[in-house]
Design a protein around this ligand. Structure first.
Ligand code: HEC
Ligand code: HEC
Length: 213
């Protein structure tokens, strides 16, 4: 049986092949890798609010160092789709390409969160009880069951140890009011709705000081 001749027959077709081949070779060294792109974006865009290594110095901007990689990707997608609302993050993520998300998440997930040392010690003591025991009377579950010891997090449960007090209290209030409603299975809306203001402030004070290695 005769195979069709696949060799280029005309000079112009041969030229096209040569150009295509040289472009393919050129691409391997001319274009920066996705990881380098992410580092450039982190160092020029995200740094303004989240700090150089994801340890934001401003209490209303979350520390994103050491968050779970899949959690970061999910949040960036949720900001893009509007499932998680933020007037600040919306324009930032609108400028990102789909291929930027995973390398950005990997970069911040590999950074180490630095705990804050200025949280109220007395409040933190009560907060520790809330974290490990919840509140049986009002049905607040223990945070540790999902967020792990030291608030280190695991898979879909984000690291919350070391996070800013202001950010944590704001997010818990947003979950309670339903303003933040992008949580899987409504877990956090149910939890936060049952918490008193004192429990919210105290658990945030406890979390801020955790050095989650
Ligand atoms: C102008 C300030 C600003 C810039 C720039 C910015 N962010 Fe944010 N980011 C915020 C704020 C504010 C929030 C909290 C939004 C909210 O209230 O829910 C946030 C939230 C996040 C979260 C969710 C954190 C969590 O714990 O759930 C991630 C992830 C994130 N930003 C990543 C990035 C990345 C990656 C970049 C760069 C491409 C970036 N941000 C640039 C202000 C900023
Ligand atoms: C049943 C599991 C579960 C329990 C119990 C739980 N959480 Fe969560 N929490 C989650 C999940 C899942 C998310 C991530 C939601 C998302 O995908 O946006 C989350 C997110 C959070 C966030 C937002 C983190 C960020 O970076 O924006 C805070 C703060 C938080 N939880 C605090 C608590 C506290 C405090 C308790 C205990 C009173 C608690 N959680 C109990 C599952 C849980």
């Amino acid at each position: 049986m005769n195979h069709p001749d696949t060799r280029p027959t005309s000079a112009s077709a041969r030229r096209a092949l040569v150009i295509a081949a040289s472009l393919a070779i050129g691409c391997t060294w001319a274009l920066p890798s996705a990881a380098e792109d992410a580092k450039t974006i982190a160092a020029t865009v995200c740094i303004a609010c989240h700090g150089e290594d994801g340890n934001s110095a401003i209490p209303m901007f979350p520390k994103i160092a050491g968050l779970q990689e899949s959690y970061i990707v999910k949040q960036l997608r949720d900001f893009q789709s509007g499932r998680r609302k933020s007037d600040i993050m919306a324009p930032v993520v609108a400028a990102l390409k789909p291929q930027d998300l995973a390398p950005l998440a990997s970069f911040y997930a590999s950074q180490k969160i630095k705990p804050s040392s200025d949280a109220d010690k007395k409040a933190a003591e009560f907060g520790k009880m809330v974290y490990f025991e919840g509140n049986e009377e009002t049905g607040v579950p223990a945070c540790v069951g999902c967020h792990q010891p030291q608030g280190a997090g695991h898979l879909i449960y984000p690291r919350i140890g070391g996070q800013h007090v202001t950010y944590v209290t704001q997010q818990l209030k947003n979950f309670a009011s339903g303003e933040r409603n992008n949580d899987v299975s409504r877990y956090m809306r149910v939890v936060a709705k049952r918490m008193s203001e004192e429990e919210i402030d105290s658990v945030a004070a406890y979390l801020a000081g955790l050095d989650s290695k």
